[in-house]
Design a protein around this ligand. Sequence first.
Ligand code: GRF
Length: 264
Amino acid sequence: MKIGVLISGGGSNLQAIIDRCEDKSIEATVAFVGSDRPDVYGLERARKHGIPTFVVDYSRIISAFDQDSEDVTLPHGFDLEQIRSRQTLFGPHTPAAEVDHFLKTRAIAEARLLDHTKVYNPELLVLAGYMRTFSPFFIDRFNQGAALPRIMNIHPALLPAFPGTDGYGDTFHYGCKVGGCTVHFIDYGEDTGPIIGQKAFAITAGDTLETVKEKGLKLEWQLYPKCISLYAQGRLRVVEQTDESGHGGVPARRIVVQDTDKMP
Ligand code: GRF
């Protein structure tokens, strides 16, 4: 299986994934590494392993749009109404202009990402510390209506607690006694997609934000390769689960199940 990895920073998760592919614990190869920022160390890690890299510089794309939004050509097939109705990143109280600005600028960046990914045609896209959310423009084109989603993310908290950009910080500052990390498929919301795997650690009296991050990252490096490996073995399925009792707060949700009959 060919996987593509997107990063925004140091890429310690990327390194764990490359290493597990190289030692064959994951039956896959990393076909490319892309970044939304130039000059991040993760790109260097990829090059050291001979893996092709590219950058789609979101900041530049957004600045160019802001300087000349009248003259910008939006990508072929971009349908603002449709994408607006699908997205769940923004609630009804976000000003329409803000939502539209987000969706247009992201679609421009995402069209470039799609151009890059098409070259390698990966079966799975892995977000490893990628600090951008995708709009439905990208998600629908990459998933191509497949029953099994094709984009995975790792989040530094035990979802659904603490979505957003600072999972370990939020966990620590809240005073939680347990922290953790979550691997999930991407859907239209922020960190809301079906959960594939989670690992937890204790937060004790002597812990600081730094030690919490250290404990969490060590678990991420185990959990992410494990989840990718399950995907590569064809052992993940997404099913609709409903709570018929009428008492619960989660009446229906798409969840991930592991096929045990496909154990190697
Ligand atoms: C990880 O904690 C990941 O969960 C979060 O960003 C961090 C990325 O670290 N989304 P690295 O770039 O893989 O070292």
